[in-house]
Design a binder for this molecule. Structure first.
Ligand SMILES: C[S@@+](CC[C@H](N)C(=O)[O-])C[C@H]1O[C@@H](n2cnc3c(N)ncnc32)[C@H](O)[C@@H]1O
Length: 253
């Protein structure tokens, strides 16, 4: 993804409105409220914060001690345009970033897919080292290879995960999984169909590989709102669901 200025520009423009980001950001906020109640001065690091949508969302909800790191100059420039406290750093060198600072919360959403095991295990160990004893790690990741498609190509994602992969990664690093759920179950058939259709177009040569674009685009407003409400309803009824294109996990020491 790093280097795809067009994808960062879309993320920056749409992450405040697009149903998928709204659900994810609200979910993170719900975890924070569950763990920390009304406390707003918890120290939070967003590792691989992209263009800063989550940090801005949390800032608007009164959280005051936020930091972000990203390894893309485009992403950091967009964060700076929003006046967010974000630094440019490759997460492979996280040990060099304010080594003595620890956090109540570390968020690492949709970043693990850019790391192979050789780099991911040290990254997770670094994240765990930075968590305070009562701290929590929140991590959303793309799930199930069956959803692999044009979106993954466009954003350069190397892998998808199932819960067992995350358990094998987080538990040896000293964390316990507190909650884990795939999402969205109800939208899975639609997303699967879309990915199959996109792949079919590529195979038929109707689209070139270089034209692959992510799923970050704005549908008509009514559809965006409908998708948002479906996922909200699903999450209100079910605490966890067994299938979906994303896996949302919270873990603590
Ligand atoms: C799919 S985006 C997710 C952004 C954000 N967490 C969100 O949920 O919207 C992945 C982000 O990870 C960043 N990233 C990927 N590899 C990285 C690395 N080695 N060091 C720092 N950031 C990295 C990318 O620049 C990108 O902003």
């Amino acid at each position: 993804m790093i280097g795809r200025s067009d994808e960062y520009e879309k993320m920056y423009r749409l992450e405040g409105q697009l149903w998928w980001y709204r659900i994810l950001h609200e979910r993170v906020d719900a975890v924070l409220r569950r763990h920390f109640g009304t406390q707003r001065d918890i120290q939070l690091l967003d590792a691989g914060c992209g263009t800063g949508g989550l940090l801005r969302f949390l800032q608007q909800r009164g959280y005051t001690r936020l930091r972000g790191i990203d390894g893309s100059a485009d992403a950091v420039a967009f964060c700076q345009a929003r006046d967010l406290p974000v630094v440019f750093l490759n997460l492979n060198h996280l040990d060099q970033f304010e080594p003595e600072t620890t956090y109540d919360v570390i968020v690492c959403n949709d970043v693990f897919c850019y790391f192979d095991d050789t780099n991911l295990i040290p990254l997770v160990n670094q994240l765990v080292r930075r968590l305070r004893p009562n701290g929590i790690l929140i991590t959303n990741n793309n799930a199930f290879n069956v959803f692999r498609g044009q979106h993954d190509r466009a954003v350069g994602s190397m892998r998808r995960f199932v819960q067992k992969d995350l358990e094998q990664l987080l538990i040896p690093a000293g964390l316990q999984i507190r909650t884990a759920t795939y999402w969205s179950l109800l939208l899975s058939p639609l997303i699967l169909l879309m990915r199959q259709w996109q792949d079919w177009q590529l195979r038929r040569g109707w689209r070139a590989l270089e034209e692959a674009e992510s799923d970050v685009y704005m549908p008509p407003a009514w559809l965006n709102e409908t998708l948002y409400r479906i996922v909200r309803a699903e999450q209100t009824v079910f605490a966890r669901t067994p299938f979906g294109s994303s896996l949302f996990i919270t873990a603590g020491k």
